[in-house]
Design a protein around this ligand. Structure first.
Ligand code: GLN
Length: 211
């Protein structure tokens, strides 16, 4: 099964690990530069505080090696602070984000979004699971494609503009709240907190063939 590295310096990384493991993936935690030498096939950048995470990445000598791996095509999922890292710090994702954009009253809230990926993408995503019984999984996933996406926002950034080659994966009131750019998927919300695996499937889809 694929091995997914989860950045574990700060923030909500445990929930991602549990979700990935439930999908049959092996997970490793990235806590120091030496961890980057371990083999892994994909990367998750969790929510938390992007400024703290970026500072730790620099202090620990992990920033440039990780940026390079992402730029070279490592399948990557960034959520919330992870989206900010990709857009503002690594600058590998051509989107403009505004931090804490929903204001004090709407600091944390739940909503339902729309899954935007077309039928072809759905088919691909359906096969993305790491578990052995892909047949069951794909029918489940096909059903899910048209269902609303549960969205939990926690002091979330807003995606204000998207550059070329950025496609919306999930929208809320027609505005993108999750996007894909080449190997990178980024969400303003916290997919690890709701019972919906579609973003994880999208992350794992390119790894399917190798396993
Ligand atoms: N507000 C945080 C930041 O600016 C992100 C919040 C989160 O990841 N839940 O980095």
């Amino acid at each position: 099964s694929p091995t997914i590295a989860v950045l574990a310096l700060q923030g909500a990384f445990i929930e991602h690990e549990q979700r990935l493991q439930s999908l049959g993936c092996t997970t490793i935690e990235l806590r120091q530069a030496a961890d980057l030498a371990r083999p892994f096939d994909g990367l998750v950048l969790p929510g938390g505080e992007s400024t703290v995470q970026a500072k730790l990445l620099h202090d620990l000598g992990m920033f440039e090696p990780l940026r390079q791996r992402i730029a070279e095509g490592l399948p990557t999922l960034g959520t919330c602070a992870g989206l900010i890292l990709l857009a503002d710090h690594f600058r590998t994702l051509p989107v403009t984000v505004r931090r804490n954009a929903y204001g004090r009253q709407l600091g944390s809230f739940h909503a339902e979004g729309r899954w935007e990926e077309g039928a072809k993408g759905t088919e691909e995503a359906a096969g993305a699971t790491c578990v052995a019984d892909a047949k069951d999984y794909s029918s489940n996933s096909a059903t899910l494609a048209s269902e609303p996406v549960p969205l939990t926002f926690i002091r979330a950034p807003r995606i204000e503009a998207t550059g070329p080659g950025v496609e919306p994966l999930v929208t809320l009131n027609d505005a993108p709240v999750a996007v894909r750019h080449r190997n990178q998927i980024a969400a303003a919300f916290h997919p690890e907190l709701d019972d919906d695996n579609r973003l994880y499937e999208a992350l794992l889809a390119p790894l399917k063939r190798a396993y």
